[in-house]
Write a protein that binds this ligand. Structure first.
Ligand SMILES: [Zn+2]
Length: 238
């Protein structure tokens, strides 16, 4: 992949063995990506981008708007997602250590210190999310190590803007996006399997897809579920 700049717009260009040029704009940052046939040069890509500049700007404006709407203040009445379900946030101010609890399968009670601000309330929820996700991961890795026949040396959770997961093949380490805690567990499992399959095949080629079809035949359905709005604030990158 390389980048070209068109009218101050940075465009990722990927050359592939495909018939037609494909242009896409991705959330959350409005990244522009062109997949171009091998025979199409950068000048032709540039012209294609220019001819669709108005559409690109409209898409980017839409994503910017979505980002604004998804900004959370962590006050009572907001919707927050956990393991694929939507919960109503209920903030309780108290003078005791902070905690989070689920009530009646509908409400997320967020207990914070009296006088906590937005950032402090958010941090309490994120700590809880992270702890919970870190709890869910090890049994899934153990399960899939046996099925796939690979060993993971290390794993971690972090916030990533454009990826659900990543795999460092040399270190045999996988990273998982903290946002996965908002998705159904089988989506987390899909990403773990995907990253582990990279230990068998680095690239997203036919061999990789054949492994996915073998180990997790329903993976396309899971991928689509993962990237579906309104949960998606990021699009999983290949
Ligand atoms: Zn991958």
């Amino acid at each position: 992949m390389h980048q070209i700049t068109v009218n101050r717009l940075v465009v990722d260009v990927v050359r592939k063995d495909i018939k037609n040029l494909h242009l896409a704009v991705y959330p959350p940052n409005g990244r522009v990506r062109v997949a171009a046939p091998l025979r199409v040069d950068d000048e032709a890509v540039r012209l294609a981008v220019i001819s669709r500049l108005a559409w690109i700007k409209r898409q980017q404006a839409k994503f910017e708007d979505q980002e604004r709407q998804s900004a959370r203040e962590h006050v009572s009445g907001e919707s927050h997602y956990y393991q694929g379900n939507r919960y109503l946030l209920n903030v309780v101010y108290h003078d005791a250590p902070p905690k989070v609890a689920i009530r009646n399968k509908t409400t997320l009670d967020l207990f914070v210190r009296t006088g906590s601000d937005t950032a402090q309330r958010e941090r309490v929820l994120l700590v809880w999310y992270r702890k919970d996700l870190k709890h869910m991961i090890p049994p899934l890795i153990v399960k899939w190590e046996a099925i796939i026949g690979v060993k993971i040396a290390d794993w971690g959770v972090k916030h990533m803007k454009t990826k659900w997961g990543s795999c460092s093949i040399e270190a045999r380490r996988i990273w998982l996006n903290l946002e996965l805690i908002k998705k159904p567990v089988h989506c987390l499992e899909f990403i773990i399997v995907h990253e582990m399959v990279h230990l068998l095949e680095r690239h997203h080629n036919d061999r990789f897809i054949a492994y996915m079809d073998q180990f997790m035949p329903q993976w396309r359905f899971l991928r689509d579920e993962l990237n579906r709005a309104p949960l998606a604030h990021a699009t999983w990158e290949y």
